[in-house]
Design a binder for this molecule. Structure first.
Ligand code: GTP
Ligand code: MG
Length: 195
């Protein structure tokens, strides 16, 4: 995909902030610090479009970015935050769930997992929830540059077994090197019609 334009559209704390113009929306979900914002930047080839940080829980609103005037990328707050006040954290689950279930234009959940680690409890809960609701999922194993090529298959097997997914359906990705970009764009281009 040739990205001509990518712009911040807005941040939403509730339904009033969701774009509702018929353009498809592709959401990026995963635990805090897994690399959601970095992946969006790397996909669109704009380093500073989405703020990234070493501090987990940086992204607190649902942030919408419009790409090529054609569709939206949706940066969801990370789940499983360690360092934020409990009260704020409580509000994030329902906000994300409502968006994923009710936005008519939400077409694909790109689910990010760190290639180095076995999926955690929050990952499994999220995976079960997405499947229970029959949402279309694209699995992406992030930070692939951090492990050797030789150990990749073993890590992917641990992740696919744990999620009950096909190992071949997990896209290996590195926002640092751009590995996996073409595969993920291909997957994104297969999205279906509005619900
Ligand atoms: P929250 O907004 O807190 O939910 O985090 P996030 O999932 O958006 O993660 P973010 O993109 O901010 O990245 C977290 C950290 O991981 C940053 O220090 C990034 O530089 C680093 N990182 C992200 N992707 C990669 C990658 O592919 N390779 C390497 N080596 N580092 C990465
Ligand atoms: Mg982020």
């Amino acid at each position: 995909m040739r990205v001509i334009s990518a712009e911040f559209f807005g941040g939403a704390v509730d339904e009033r902030g969701w774009p509702k113009d018929g353009r498809p929306q592709i959401a990026f979900a995963g635990r805090s610090n897994v690399g959601k914002s970095s992946l969006i930047n790397s996909l669109v080839g704009r380093k500073g479009l989405v703020k990234t940080s070493g501090t987990p829980g940086k992204t607190r609103e649902i942030n919408f970015f419009i790409v090529n005037d054609l569709f939206y990328f949706v940066d969801l707050p990370g789940f499983g935050f360690a360092r934020v006040p409990g009260k704020v954290q409580e509000g994030w689950g329902p906000m994300i769930e409502k968006y994923l279930l009710e936005s008519r234009e939400m077409r694909l959940v790109v689910f990010l997992l760190d290639i180095r680690h076995e999926p955690g409890k929050n990952d499994l809960v999220m995976n079960g929830w997405l499947r229970h609701h029959g949402l279309p999922i694209a699995y992406v194993a992030t930070k692939a540059d951090k492990i050797s090529r030789g150990s990749r298959a073993g890590h992917i097997k641990v992740i696919s077994d744990s999620l009950g997914a096909d190992a071949d359906d997990i896209i290996q990705y590195s926002s640092t090197t751009g590995e996996g970009k073409d595969d993920l764009w291909k997957r994104i281009s297969t999205i279906g019609g509005n619900r």
